[in-house]
Design a protein around this ligand. Sequence first.
Ligand code: DGY
Length: 382
Amino acid sequence: METHAWRVENPHGRRRVLVTKELPGKRWREILIAADCRIEIGSGQAPLEAVAIQAAMGTRCHGVIGQLTEPWGEALFGALAAAGGRVYSNYAVGYNNVDLAAATRLGILVGNTPGVLTEATAEMAVALTFAAARRVGEAERFLRSGHFQGWLPGLFLGRLLWRKTVGVIGAGRIGEAYAQMMVQGHKMNLIYHSLGPNRHLEESVAAYNRFLVNQGEVPLFCRRAERLRQLLQAADVVSLHTILDATTRHLLDARRLALMKPTAILVNTSRGPVIDEVALVRHCRRHPDFRVGLDVFEDEPALAPGLADLDNVVIVPHIASATRWTREGMAILAASNVAAVLMGWPAWGRPDLSTFLAENNPPPAAPSLINAKDLNIPRYEP
Ligand code: DGY
């Protein structure tokens, strides 16, 4: 088992904050140091187990910045509360690794890092879409292994997506950004499935259509599918942008995969368990023209048996948000969440968090606390 060392910064800080993995950038440290925190940063690559985190928190720990690979449930929140802790921030926008109800019961405020991941994640979904459509992984392996003998008319024929139909499941921030990129960048028709209508998205496509018509081009369609089945049957590309909870676990199972076109492209940058990965492997074996781009996996870091052998699947290791700007921004937001709670500041309460990323004078507020209302944290009033 990997041993975990903890590096200390600002040793004389009055408040003890654990950061379970090294984070990119410098600003996040400055934010915590300005809040008089001693920072203890975990080294090592492997995800930390609950016992290791609990041991590191010890009997005195005021706040933690943790990772989506850690099981933040009753045991860890109980240990944090017993150590005098008040706040935990996930270094992620998703928080399916967090038992929010347990945290709230124990009086621990929970933060996350929305907003800064939107474009980065959507761009990776676009990259995976085209890598799958144009067989980039397969073609690169072919070339690197010395099989290329010169240009051929039929070499790696892929799929043109221009003016085909993209289906977006989950039209929140990231789903909408991806949809806009596919509609306005690649002139794709759009079907989306979400809990409610996304008026902003629909109006943007309508405005784009006015532009197209003005240019003498055929407009695109944009509609919300009431039923997932309608989207799965009609789309040439399906991209997943849902949260992971009980309602979305195995949302795409064998039955729903079978509804998709045998030539469709499926992309997942949300959470692995949204797809039944064993069923997906079986489906891809049966349908070699079905193509898949995956950033996330059901049982990370493990892959379902056979997945990595499939030529019709492109895989990357959960890096959709991995741009320097994004990851530094996530660190700033996570540190700001922790620092603000330890300073007794209110919660921001607005969707736009860009003011926290600006160099000067961020507001004295916690950018994103998920259970602020439940724990009666007042909203920031400038
Ligand atoms: C998140 O923030 O939820 C992402 O999966 C990290 O890239």
